[in-house]
Design a protein around this ligand. Structure first.
Ligand code: EPZ
Length: 425
């Protein structure tokens, strides 16, 4: 990323109700494991509905450095040919910019018997260890050493194992799921993550010839086989992007429809929106919210693994509560430090108290624009939502966080009538 890109800012003039409709992009947290899964194939494959995100670019760079051939067409379909791979190394320089690089560990180990992946290190929202990824792969027979900041893993051939995860981990489940597809024998993963993105990965792997059952439940059963072929796979729509734009409509008192999305992956969030007094209508592949100029009501939320309320929507609802009627309470149970947006919202006049891992808010009708700083992907989204409903201009700095997870955010918001523009560094 060029220097000026990393310094660019978003300027938002708030106060207008958003109106209109837009299409959801492919899910970031599905396309990242699915790109890693291509390492398991011994034939070319195509991935469609890929979002145009920095994290996708980073993953393609990582696979490219390993020798994988990647061709992107103008509609963001990616042709991947893993047959030319020559390196099984994921360097610190890349991994530190995107923790999800850890997702190449399981596939490399299963397909090539070796992998050297930099430890992701902590990140703004928490320490985010990968001990459960390592423990599960060792249970499948891998020899793993962690030294000089790298995970060095070896395995003649992984063998099926009965794994019970100490806690629900999305990428941990995904790493072990991918590794198990080529292991000798059957693997059972208990306490598996049930997120729709895990199901999408399992569906893609099964399209490649894998034998996975139980996806979407907390028990995955994988019958290992000797090889996986290619597949043409369309990534599922991004539920977090969808809900973020719906909230942009709600927080500004407007009316927004998101098309090409999956309402069935957002049930806990849509119920919470209705509790906030937001009128929600859904169709097979669309969701519309209509605030009809009203102010939302404050809600109580406790984040937890799917199908409970997702941690990736916590920051956005803290912003909604900040301007809602009444006292709101949001408890974050997944990550230990995911309230950095609160101090930035204070700068815009929000009345929020942090009590341990709970944000207690007293809603006020309007915030005031201010210079604020993005700290992580979803915190950035909450600052943008707050800016849309604030009086005056807000300048959001360090928006490279945003570009990791939201495809063309200013274009999509401008489509809804937002006054938003990006300034160079
Ligand atoms: C995935 O991260 C998502 N990222 C995150 O989305 C999301 O917030 C998170 O799941 C929870 O839903 C991707 O899918 C690429 P976890 P992941 O392992 O897999 C602890 C976004 O905004 N843990 O489910 O890294 C961990 O510290 C991003 O799009 C261990 O202790 O999350 C955390 O407290 C942010 N040891 C909890 O589990 C381990 O080995 C859940 O983490 C693994 C995890």
């Amino acid at each position: 990323m060029g220097n000026n890109e990393s310094m660019s800012k978003l300027i938002i003039s708030g106060g207008l109700p958003l109106q209109g409709e837009l299409r959801a992009s492919g899910a970031k947290n599905a396309v990242l494991p699915i790109l890693a899964a291509t390492l398991l194939a011994d034939a070319p494959m195509t991935i469609g509905n890929v979002p145009h995100l920095q994290d996708v670019t980073t993953t393609m760079e990582l696979l490219g450095q390993m020798g994988v051939e990647l061709v992107v067409d103008e509609r963001m379909n990616i042709q991947v040919d893993p047959r030319t791979i020559h390196t099984f190394h994921a360097p610190y320089e890349l991994v530190r910019t995107m923790r999800a690089s850890i997702l190449v560990l399981g596939p490399l180990l299963a397909r090539f018997g070796q992998a050297e992946v930099s430890l992701p290190g902590g990140c703004a929202i928490g320490s985010r260890p990968v001990n459960l990824h390592i423990k599960g792969l060792e249970a499948m027979g891998a020899t793993i050493k962690v030294e000089n900041g790298y995970i060095r893993a070896r395995a003649e051939r992984l063998k099926g194992a009965h794994i019970a995860l100490d806690l629900v981990t999305v990428t941990g489940t995904e790493n072990l799921l991918m590794a198990a597809t080529l292991a000798r024998g059957t693997t059972i993963i208990e306490n598996a993550a049930r997120e729709p993105e895990v199901v999408d990965l399992a569906d893609c792997l099964n399209a490649m010839g894998a034998r996975i059952s139980g996806a979407g439940t907390d028990t995955l059963v994988i019958e290992g086989i000797d090889r996986l072929g290619g597949a043409n796979y369309q990534v599922l729509p991004d539920r977090i992007e969808t809900a973020t734009y719906l909230l942009a409509g709600a927080i500004t008192g407007g009316r927004v429809k998101v098309k090409g999305t999956r309402p069935d992956t957002l049930e806990a969030v849509l119920l919470k929106m209705e509790e906030a007094g937001i009128r929600v209508n859904t169709g097979p592949d669309w969701i519309e919210v209509d605030m009809a100029g009203n102010r939302p009501k404050a809600v109580r939320i406790r984040t937890a693994p799917y199908p409970a309320f997702p941690t990736d929507m916590q920051a956005q609802f803290v912003a909604l509560n900040a301007v809602a009627e009444g006292v709101g309470m949001i408890t974050e149970t997944v990550f230990e430090n995911r309230f950095m947006h609160v101090q930035e919202l204070h700068r815009m006049g929000a009345q929020i108290e942090l009590e341990g891992n709970t944000a207690i808010s007293i809603g006020i009708p309007r915030l005031t624009g201010a210079p604020v700083m993005a700290t992580d992907l979803r915190a950035s989204a909450s600052l943008i939502l707050a800016a849309l409903v604030a009086d005056g201009d807000t300048v959001v700095d360090r928006i490279y966080h945003i570009d990791r997870g939201y495809d063309c955010i200013e274009e999509k918001l401008a489509q809804l009538g937002a006054r938003i523009r990006r300034t160079p560094g």
